[in-house]
Design a protein around this ligand. Structure first.
Ligand SMILES: [Ca+2]
Ligand SMILES: [Ca+2]
Length: 94
């Protein structure tokens, strides 16, 4: 079998640290997405319109990419989906 130490062969403390790091990474991405969305929705109507997106530093191309249903508004759901895909794509090279 494997000659290198696998995850399950690591000391408990090391596994705990890895586990905490993985959980923190996922939680951080989600918190950031929620925070960013809330900050960008400056008129608090629950969606980000194009003016709000541009003010938040989202480019026109990004806005189109995030607006999955093309109605001209970004919902939290659309933003989360995009954030997830975006990070997924980035992680392939990491
Ligand atoms: Ca808004
Ligand atoms: Ca939309």
């Amino acid at each position: 079998m494997a000659t290198y130490p696998t995850y399950y062969h690591m000391p408990g403390a090391v596994r705990l640290v890895l586990h905490v790091q993985i959980v923190a990474k996922v939680a951080k991405a989600k918190i950031f997405a929620d925070f960013f969305f809330g900050q960008s929705d400056t008129n608090n109507d629950g969606v980000i319109d194009k003016a709000e997106a541009l003010a938040a530093g989202i480019s026109e191309e990004q806005f189109k990419a995030i607006d999955a249903n093309g109605d001209g508004f970004l919902t939290q759901e659309e933003y989360d989906d995009w954030e997830e895909k975006h990070h997924g794509a980035c992680n392939h090279g990491a």
